[in-house]
Ligand binder design. Structure first.
Ligand SMILES: O=C(O)CCC(=O)C(=O)O
Length: 281
């Protein structure tokens, strides 16, 4: 297992067409790879505006290799540069849609994860969103064991559920990655706080990666908070950005992660005689 390497968070611009969006993403991944990144994390549904009609149009069927514009491109770039790439896209499966994360390494699809906690919230006058009108929910967590360590994948709203992160930690994860797309109401208050909370509670490297903010004047298009961020297991921010398209890169070190876990050994100090988290899958 490689212990020291660079991770990149790719905050991409979303455009009105998938082809144009993907061309921009490709350039950013290339830039990250040229700078030595071995793992690239993309945002939530990064090939699409977060609007039902476009999500439907841009959805892909994971089963149909060769007909999947986004997945085939990601697989190809991952192979070309010998890197691992994680992100989420809208998935079409029969008559259902899922918000689904993928992890490609060297061109191979290692795992898919369907978002389990859907973003249905109502803050009157600020933001009302019902993701369950577009997507069905997944029914399991996913961990992927790679040459770069073990990665637990959550998508956006999933970060509000520490139980999911705790299970991933208990199953040996070194990294918690959250492709996400917070908004202008909850983003400023909760995004960095939640990323820091997951890092400090479970002593993992944590990446929260958003798409860039839509800056046009179509009111129906969701405005993402942006602020993709990478944190270490002490919850120190290693790299971050604002809302423009950005590539942020930092080195991670799994020996340092072990040191943190030894110095503050919370995972061995849980009082399972008083409380316990039960994993049902
Ligand atoms: O939890 C939040 O405030 C935002 C979540 C979100 O935007 C999402 O899950 O897509």
């Amino acid at each position: 297992m490689l212990k020291k390497f660079k991770i990149a968070c790719i905050q991409n611009a979303i455009t009105a067409t998938k082809t144009q969006t993907l061309a921009l993403v490709k350039d950013q991944i290339k830039e990250a790879a040229i700078q030595g990144s071995k793992v690239c994390i993309l945002g939530e549904c990064f090939n699409s505006y977060y609007v039902k009609a476009q999500l439907q149009n841009n959805a892909e069927d994971f089963g149909k290799t060769g007909e999947r514009q986004t997945l085939d491109l990601i697989s190809e770039i991952s192979k070309q540069f010998g890197i691992m790439i994680i992100g989420s896209i809208p998935e079409k499966s029969g008559d259902k849609m899922y918000n689904t994360a993928f992890c490609f390494n060297n061109g191979q699809l290692l795992v898919t994860y369907r978002k389990t906690h859907l973003f249905d919230i109502d803050i009157p006058g600020k933001i009302t969103y019902k993701e369950s009108l577009t997507f069905s929910a997944g029914d399991n967590y996913k961990i992927v064991d790679t040459e770069y360590g073990k990665f637990g994948i959550g998508i956006c709203y999933d970060i509000r559920f520490p139980e999911l992160a705790q299970i991933m930690r208990e199953k040996g994860c070194h990294f918690l990655v959250y492709p996400g797309s917070f908004n202008l109401t909850t983003g400023p208050l909760h995004w960095e706080l939640l990323l820091k909370a997951r890092a400090v509670d479970y002593q993992c490297y944590v990446a929260g990666v958003s798409s860039a903010r839509y800056m046009g004047n179509d009111e129906s298009i969701y405005k993402a908070w942006g602020h993709s961020t990478l944190l270490d297991p002490m919850a120190k921010v290693l790299a971050t950005c604002e809302h423009d398209p950005s590539v942020i890169i930092s080195e991670v070190d799994l020996d340092y992660l072990e040191q943190v876990r030894q110095q503050i050994p919370v995972s061995q100090q849980r009082r399972n005689d008083i409380y316990e988290l039960i994993c049902k899958k």
